[in-house]
Design a protein around this ligand. Structure first.
Ligand code: ZN
Length: 619
């Protein structure tokens, strides 16, 4: 009955069928009940929200045709991703085949073991009708393959039948493309947190301990709900899904409003009998925490530039440092506050982030506001010169979040924190984003480009314009050691490698030692060594990575070394004067004794401080 109702409500109907899993082909039928009278245009997005790069998904449409009833309809291709159908009197039906063999969280992937589908790379947008409700019918693959296949998605059901195959609905195109779909024989677990049902679906063979994973994730999810809604402690959805694909070597995550798609190494998942938190598992939890945080921050609190998403081309905002950087700050902090990692482990992770930022000369060239704006062509399209020219709005954005948080805590003597700013943005912009918003295009929705500083001032009473300008638009290093001091945390720096520095990044490729980047102002660059050069000898001795390292360890800063390298097959000789070791290894140490600012930051209640210490000690 509900299916019938939806059929009549929905003006746009999709049917997706994994028609040939061995050839990785999805067959899609799109019915437009009321096509535009002067010819209907359809288009596939050029990018998927959350991943800021033009991907031109339409290049994987390998066949397309249109009909009205039994009559063929002329379909003209207008540009790389849009078509126009001739005017018809009746229902316009467009059928097309999509090649789905992208093993990432961003597109679609199909073989005989599973299908993973982002509608943004599979469902054509009906231009002019993006705001209308649509329905999607998910068909199973051929019977020989379909045995035991089922569906996992947070798309609302509208008559889905056995194993989840059947009909789903979306109130508009924006909702349709915000619920990835998995079909296959995944393992499934569920838990409650923040008043919502959470599910974890894991595709790919693994020996995952689902109980352990559920327990840890539920703690992480709970603290995030408490951060944004301390009174109700409720998540902004009734249901949330972690769609996880475990592979030999892969890493990635993409946020959606009620779910996330994650790609991880199977060895990063917890296994039965794992008693501590392995580095890989800590990284997986950090990834899950990051994408989950996005359900509040970027899927509901959004940059105004993303309301609505313009899907044909790049959408520029100087605020990704807030949306990705703050999320990167809170992802690991939430693990510590949830008690799934110890505070000393958290400080180690934070130290690593600081080190990573300090290792890139690009931090003195590009600001995080500029890095946000140019994400499409710089951060997402890195090359050999990126270490010299690009700063990560994720990593430095996380450090700016830390700097803001520590400043607020110290200046208000612990009364306020960045948490208050997040809560104000949440109540002002996020909480009712999907429920009260008019259709796409509401001018009130989203954080304006200059909207953060007033929000911070209102939430904390502090004027921080000068600092924000320096940290966000400037390229100097952040005064973190000074900001850590009031929390009883000592920040010290040492050299990761005590050998004199050549100022290069290297990769051993088979028997070749290649310079992947010559760092700005470094000994190698001054001598004329370039990225792409293949180093063959140092002081007349053949080198690989280990040998070069051993030789540098025996030199002192100021020593000269003779280098031989091939460039375009021509042998070149260089004389480099070695620099002092670079101090980028950051250590964060807790000073003994209680510190209320620090305890509030890591969310340690006085009553359970002893218990938590004991727990950390075991790890
Ligand atoms: Zn993110």
């Amino acid at each position: 009955m509900r299916a019938v109702a939806v059929e009549s409500e929905a003006a746009i109907l999709y049917r997706i069928e994994p028609i040939d899993p061995h050839a990785h082909l999805l067959q899609v039928t799109l019915k437009v009940l009321r096509p535009s009278s002067d010819g209907q245009r359809v288009a596939l997005p050029a990018w998927i929200p959350g991943s800021y790069m033009i991907r031109e998904f339409a290049r994987h449409i390998i066949r397309i045709e249109a009909h009205c009833g039994t009559k063929p309809v002329r379909l003209d291709k207008l540009d790389k991703h849009s078509w126009s159908a001739a005017p018809v009197d009746g229902v316009l039906e467009i059928s097309y085949t999509v090649y789905a063999w992208d093993l990432s969280v961003r597109a679609a992937h199909l073989d005989a073991s599973h299908a993973f589908i982002n509608a943004s790379s599979v469902c054509l947008r009906v231009i002019g009708q993006e705001g209308l409700p649509c329905s999607v019918e998910l068909a199973p693959p051929p019977a020989a393959i379909a045995r035991n296949w089922r569906v996992a998605t947070t798309l609302p059901e509208a008559g889905a039948a056995r194993h989840g195959f059947g009909r789903y609905r979306a109130s508009d195109y924006d909702e349709l493309i915000d619920h990835p779909i998995e079909m296959g024989t995944f393992s499934l677990a569920h838990f409650e947190a923040g008043g919502a049902r959470h599910e974890i679906a894991i595709t790919g063979r693994s020996d995952v301990d689902l109980k352990r994973l559920s327990r840890d994730l539920s703690a992480v999810c709970a603290v995030q709900s408490v951060l944004f809604e301390p009174k109700t402690r409720r998540a902004p959805f009734d249901r949330y899904l972690f769609l996880t694909t475990a592979v030999g070597d892969g890493y990635g995550g993409l946020e959606h409003r009620n779910s996330t798609a994650l790609l991880c190494n199977r060895n990063d998942l917890p296994w039965h009998g794992m008693d501590s938190v392995s580095d890989g598992y800590r990284s997986f939890l950090g990834l899950a925490s990051h994408e989950y945080f996005h359900a509040w921050h970027v899927k509901r609190i959004k940059p105004a530039a993303f309301v609505p998403y313009e899907l044909d081309r790049e959408v520029h905002t100087r605020l990704l440092w807030i949306f990705e950087g703050f999320t990167s700050y809170y992802d690991d902090l939430m693990l510590a506050r949830a008690g799934v990692i110890s505070h000393s482990d958290y400080l180690k992770l934070l130290g690593k982030t600081i080190s990573n930022v300090l290792r890139g000369p690009g931090r003195h060239v590009q600001s995080i506001a500029d890095s946000s704006f140019d994400a499409w062509t710089k951060y997402y399209r890195q090359d050999e010169n990126s270490p010299n020219s690009v700063v990560s709005y994720y990593a430095k954005g996380a450090l700016v979040a830390l700097a803001i948080d520590l400043s607020i805590r110290a200046r208000t003597k612990g009364v306020s924190s960045l948490d208050d700013v997040m809560r104000l943005m949440w109540t002002r912009l996020g909480r009712s984003f999907y429920s009260q918003r008019g259709h796409a295009g509401d001018a009130q929705a989203g954080l304006p480009e200059d909207g953060f500083e007033p929000m911070l001032r209102e939430a904390t009473g502090l004027a921080m314009k000068a600092q924000l300008t320096r940290w966000v638009d400037g390229t100097d290093d952040l005064p973190l050691a000074r900001l850590f001091a009031p929390l009883g945390i000592d920040m010290t720096m040492t050299a990761t490698d005590p050998s004199p520095s050549l100022g290069v990044r290297l990769a051993q490729r088979g028997s070749e030692l290649q310079v992947t980047s010559a760092l700005t102002g470094g000994a190698a660059q001054r001598a004329g060594v370039s990225s792409g050069d293949v180093l063959v000898a140092c002081d007349g001795i053949r080198v690989n990575e280990a040998m070069l390292k051993a030789m540098l360890a025996r030199r002192t800063p100021g020593d000269r070394v003779r280098l031989h390298a091939f460039r375009r097959d021509e042998l070149l000789e260089f004389e480099a004067t070695l620099d002092a070791p670079i101090q980028t290894e950051v250590n964060l140490a807790l000073k003994p004794g209680a510190n209320p600012l620090r305890d509030a930051w890591l969310n340690v209640r006085a009553s359970d401080r002893g218990a938590r210490r004991a727990k950390s000690g075991r790890a």
